[in-house]
Design a protein around this ligand. Structure first.
Ligand code: SAT
Ligand code: MN
Length: 588
């Protein structure tokens, strides 16, 4: 850690840091250098203060458990705002805040917010170094937890410091009181009110995407606004490299709403018979992809440098690669803990002994979860066993296919292909999640989550759809777009499709379709596979029919529902309305 006068930050950055210091009145200011010594020092302080529990060094070297406040356990959509001169810029799917309100929050909660504390300054880069993809930011925080997480999920510290340009994304986070009713995560992508010099403000929270401002706040909400004005895409998408048996590498991105298997797909291993035939998979991103047009092609990169991913349900069967990733240099947030100092969560082998739950209570597992359902692991990408060689490539990788994933118990086939780019945009714009547990709201109720960006698009979603259409117009080589749905259920509620690594069978069909015109059947909603490799799967003929049946009456109902959703959003671009009208006509 460096004092302010020891850094290589430029004058502009230093002036900004001084102004935040003056307003928040910290005891001292430290600029993070990103070194292992710095990590060890802060982690040591947290262990001594009880904020971190050090895990068993033999099995989990340099790894810790952090327990968040019991009321601060997930990203808070209802407390997330976009501040703008005009609510139309923000649209109907975001929470709007006026610039005056943002200034009030700043004055009320940030003045003297760091009194008696250390103010940490974290210079970071999103994207590979020295690339036209890269965007720079500085997060200021009073949270050691934030500092250590950013050590892993961003490229940060000494070598970034000198590269911070005059204009960079400014984030200010203060832990505050953690009062849930005073929690604010505010974005200011356009004008700033007088006296507020920041793009992101976060206060009264210290959890995940609320406080790690590089992630959803910068890499998606602020970046999406930038992407629109500069002609690129900042997306909530995984990025996967698939190598076919001939050694050709294919790059696929995919947008999936929360809890729809995005992390699992980004870490997929081909099933044994595919691996034996020579198929390989490697990861580039589990969460966010930035895509820019290069020579008429869409090129993608991962702006992040690490994982902040859900743990419950992860085990050697469901996601072996995640298990291999989190066994060293990892921060666990809100998992359980065994008496021998290992993390534990639902989905791991049961234990007979008592365990500490995520609140730190020692007890036997009974109905109540031991790990919080949204508990997480933070690890550097470098821990991952099968990273793409292209992970730091300044040019990114050319994208051949884009997947949109829904979570629908009925209606939506296992996979289908869009007729063209605009039709694909229609598929992405209307994707959604059916609530299957009472805890998520009314069972069967549908939440549309366009391109999985509903909580992450920093501007009016109707304008975002228009932007997607325009990006398509600029592409000479358009990726093909597919919709996948791993979540079809039988009448008894069981899943039809086995999922996990078997999803690779669907990937194989998708890759085949990139080069061929056959092996597909045209339906009113798109192309479905004529044949897909189902060898060795336990599927009845009825199951199979269900996976690909086009229920026209159901689809007409879906179109009515989409009509309501589009009118709720308002201002849907003409090209998208045309796709909607054509789909309705094909179904009538
Ligand atoms: O907490 S995060 O926003 O980083 C993860 C998520 O909720 O998607
Ligand atoms: Mn995400």
């Amino acid at each position: 850690m460096l004092a302010l006068n020891e850094t290589e930050l430029n004058k502009n950055a230093l002036r900004w840091i001084e102004s935040i210091k003056k307003f928040t009145d910290p005891e001292n200011v430290l600029v993070c250098d990103g070194s292992r010594e710095e990590f060890a020092q802060i982690a040591g302080e947290m262990v001594r203060s009880g904020e971190f529990i050090e895990l068993n060094k033999d099995h989990y070297p340099n790894s810790f458990i952090y327990r968040s406040d019991r009321t601060d356990v997930a990203r808070s959509e209802e407390r997330t705002f976009i501040a703008a001169p005009d609510s139309k810029m923000v649209g109907n799917l975001n929470n709007y805040m006026s610039l005056e309100q943002a200034r009030d929050v700043w004055n009320r909660f940030f003045r003297n917010a760091y009194r008696g504390k250390t103010m940490y300054v974290i210079p970071y880069a999103l994207g590979p170094l020295d690339s036209r993809f890269t965007d720079y930011g500085v997060e200021i925080t009073d949270s050691k937890y934030v500092v250590l997480n950013l050590h892993y999920i961003t490229r940060m510290g000494k070598q970034i410091m000198q590269k911070i340009p005059d204009r960079f994304v400014k984030g200010v986070h203060a832990t505050g009181t953690l009062d849930p009713n005073s929690k604010y995560i505010i974005h200011l992508p356009w004008d700033k009110p007088e006296g507020v010099d920041a793009d992101i403000l976060s206060v009264n929270t210290n959890y995940g995407g609320n406080a790690l401002l590089s992630k959803k706040c910068h890499a998606l909400r602020i970046a999406s606004v930038k992407a629109r004005s500069e002609g690129w895409l900042a997306e909530h998408m995984l990025l996967l490299e698939v190598e076919d048996p001939r050694g050709r590498k294919i790059y696929i991105t995919g947008a999936f709403p929360s809890a729809s298997g995005k992390t699992n797909l980004s870490m997929i291993n081909p099933p044994k018979h595919y691996a034996d035939a020579g198929w390989k998979t490697r990861l580039l991103s589990d969460d966010i992809s930035w895509m820019k047009i290069e020579n008429g092609k869409l090129h993608a990169t991962n702006p992040e440098n690490g994982f902040f991913a859900v743990v419950p349900g992860t085990n050697h069967r469901t996601n072996r690669n995640a298990m291999l990733t989190l066994t060293k240099d990892t921060i666990f947030t809100n998992t359980g803990l065994t008496k021998t100092g290992e993390p534990w969560w639902e989905g791991l082998d049961p234990v007979d002994d008592q365990l500490y739950d995520w609140k730190g209570i020692l007890r036997k597992p009974n109905g109540e979860p031991i790990a919080h359902p949204n508990s997480r692991f933070t690890s550097p990408l470098a821990n991952y066993p099968f990273l793409s060689e292209k992970i730091n490539d300044p040019d990114g990788v050319p994208v051949s296919a884009i997947l949109f994933g829904g979570r629908r118990a009925s209606l939506i086939p296992l996979v289908y292909e869009a007729f063209n780019w605009n039709h694909g945009v229609f598929m992405g714009a209307t994707m959604g999640v059916e609530k299957t547990a009472a805890s998520e709201g009314k069972v069967g109720e549908l939440r549309r989550d366009p391109m999985a960006m509903r909580p992450f698009c920093g501007y009016n979603i109707a304008d975002y759809f228009k932007h997607w259409i325009e990006v398509g117009q600029k592409l000479r080589y358009k990726p093909k777009i597919f919709y996948v749905n791993w979540f079809r259920r039988r009448a008894d509620g069981s899943f039809i499709w086995p999922g996990f690594s078997e999803n690779f069978r669907v990937i194989e069909w998708i890759i085949y379709r990139l080069d061929h015109n056959d092996n597909a059947v045209e339906t009113p909603i798109g192309y479905i596979p004529e044949k897909i490799n189902l060898e060795g799967l336990n599927l009845s003929t009825h199951d199979l029919e269900e996976l690909f049946r086009i229920d026209r009456e159901g689809w007409r109902e879906e179109m009515r529902n989409i009509g309501e959703y589009f009118s709720h959003i308002g201002g849907i671009p003409e090209d998208l309305m045309r796709e909607f009208e054509m789909e309705k006509r094909r179904l009538s």
